[in-house]
Design a protein around this ligand. Sequence first.
Ligand code: DX5
Ligand code: ZN
Length: 215
Amino acid sequence: MEVSPSLLAADFTRLGDAVDTINHSRASMIHVDVMDGMFVPNISIGFPMIKAIADIAGKPLDVHMMVVDPIRFISQVRDAGASIMNVHQEACIHLDRVINRIAEAGMKPAVTLNPATPLVMLEEVLDNLEMVLLMGVNPGFGGQKFIESTVEKVARLRRMIDDRGLKTRIEVDGGVNQETGLRLARAGADVLVAGSYVFNSSDPIKAISTLADLS
Ligand code: DX5
Ligand code: ZN
């Protein structure tokens, strides 16, 4: 299981230490949550912070854009150092164009679905995606309760991807812990994002390792 710890739950006065912890862990990516106060009712971090994180990150940045019309920010996300740019389907009127522009900018495109958005919204673009991110909570805040229907949604997406013989990875974000993570792993998830489970733990390296061992 791949793990992408979310810095949203880290101590922002010691963000460098949190990145360092992730660098020395079994995490395969670093999940960075960008919020604009419009797409979600919260504001988090922006490009100067992503750049600062990228400068010390020893793993690829998985940047989750919870913003309206993310096509506006593709070059800034790339210049800040992102490897994967995750955009919400609900935030893109011309999703196919956004995916193409992300790839042209040299990043790996990923599309995120809110809990209420059905998988059918990805049918026409799935073949062009590095990763699909399924939200396990309504985005905007860390530490929320996991929405149970996500497990079955992962299983259905697994079938869609396998039926097409694709390599697209399934990532899940929100409410992930050892217990929900196990069920998501068994349903076919490839990458688990975890914020509070990792950074509210007394031993974040061990928490990451626990998730990495799930299968
Ligand atoms: C929520 C963010 C998540 C958040 C997850 O809107 O996209 O990445 O950090 O936090 P936990 O793991 O605490 O649910
Ligand atoms: Zn996220």
